[in-house]
Design a protein around this ligand. Structure first.
Ligand SMILES: [Zn+2]
Ligand SMILES: [Zn+2]
Length: 320
């Protein structure tokens, strides 16, 4: 049921499409069934991994993937707490120098799939697309190969014979504290439905892969809860993102500045507050910047934020 493909050794005629996987897709199509392939869109945001041992560079404070930035200087940046570090020359785990930060986008994967399977109907399930154009349900139901860009896209689609992760690290690299849990539950859900699961990775011996293939939820849970406790994440601490979104960067800056000052005054010393410094994410022609709050009993602070949400368009709150 599970096939793990080690990308360090697998022959890939095109990036992240191994011979073994291509063969499987061909068979599934011949049976008139569907393939669901995952490749995270945000991988192109450039995280850094070691190609020898699969080590990913994580923020020491947040345990989330660091992102490679090239301007004004090349450095690693945590999008959660704005911690910065220099880009290392070797892997701290295996001391190898084969570090990789290829920003390989989902569009390229789609193009390559079309080259390999020119006859196939291929549909891309993209959260941005869903918001802007409305997802094309007909396109999805008629497609033979579905390419999903986010794990969050839980879809109930009939006749899925193969679920494949083109690069498991592209999912893990998403800077969200509960990403491994999402991966685990998504894979367990598809495995229960009887799909064949193919996982391509540079780290086939990782704990996550081991727990997934053994269906060992207990070990997974123990490991995950210990990690969350160490890094003060839910269920041990409350975590809230306050987003400010607007087409104008200036307006965002103003609001963030105001909110931050207010929160700094109101919060107790135990509450941790981070914010993106000059960091903007752009989606659907709007810039976004966030403040992160972590701690116990955030409710009194959130009441104040709710007031700001009424006063300012573009401010929103996400409880994690
Ligand atoms: Zn390494
Ligand atoms: Zn961080």
């Amino acid at each position: 049921m599970f096939t793990i493909i080690d990308l360090t050794y697998a022959r890939c005629p095109l990036p992240f499409l191994s011979d073994e996987l291509i063969q499987k897709i061909t068979e599934v199509r011949a049976d008139g069934k569907k393939c669901l392939l995952f490749f995270n869109r945000r991988w192109s945001a450039r995280t850094l991994i070691c190609k020898d041992c699969g080590y990913q560079f994580l923020c020491e404070r947040c345990d989330l993937a660091m992102i490679v930035h090239t301007s004004p200087t090349r450095r690693l940046l945590c999008h959660h707490c704005s911690a910065e570090s220099e880009i290392p020359h070797s892997c701290p785990k295996c001391h190898g120098t084969n570090l990789n930060s290829i920003g390989f986008g989902i569009q390229k994967i789609e193009e390559n799939l079309k080259k390999l399977f020119p006859e196939a109907r291929i549909a891309r399930i993209d959260s941005d697309k869903k918001r802007s154009d409305g997802i094309q349900f007909q396109e999805i139901s008629e497609a033979e190969i579905l390419l999903s860009t986010e794990m969050g896209n839980t879809l109930s689609i009939e006749w899925i014979e193969l679920v494949a992760f083109l690069l498991l690290e592209s999912e893990i690299a998403v800077p969200e504290y509960d990403i491994e849990e999402k991966i685990y539950t998504n894979i367990a859900y598809n495995a229960r439905k009887g799909s064949d699961i193919y996982i391509q990775t540079f780290a086939p011996k990782s704990d996550l892969v081991k727990n997934i293939t053994e269906g060992n939820y207990r070990d997974f849970l123990i490991h995950t809860l210990a990690e969350r406790k160490t890094f003060s994440y839910p269920p041990y601490k409350e975590l809230v993102h306050i987003w400010v979104r607007d087409p104008s960067k200036e307006r965002i800056k103003d609001i963030i500045y105001k909110l931050r000052n207010k929160l700094e005054i109101l919060k107790t010393p135990e509450v941790e507050l981070y914010f993106d410094k000059e960091l903007f994410t752009k989606r659907n022609n709007e810039y976004g910047q966030k403040i992160v709050l972590k701690g116990d009993n955030l409710s009194p602070l959130l009441v104040e934020i709710e007031k700001e949400i009424f006063r300012n368009r573009g401010v929103s709150l996400e409880r994690k």
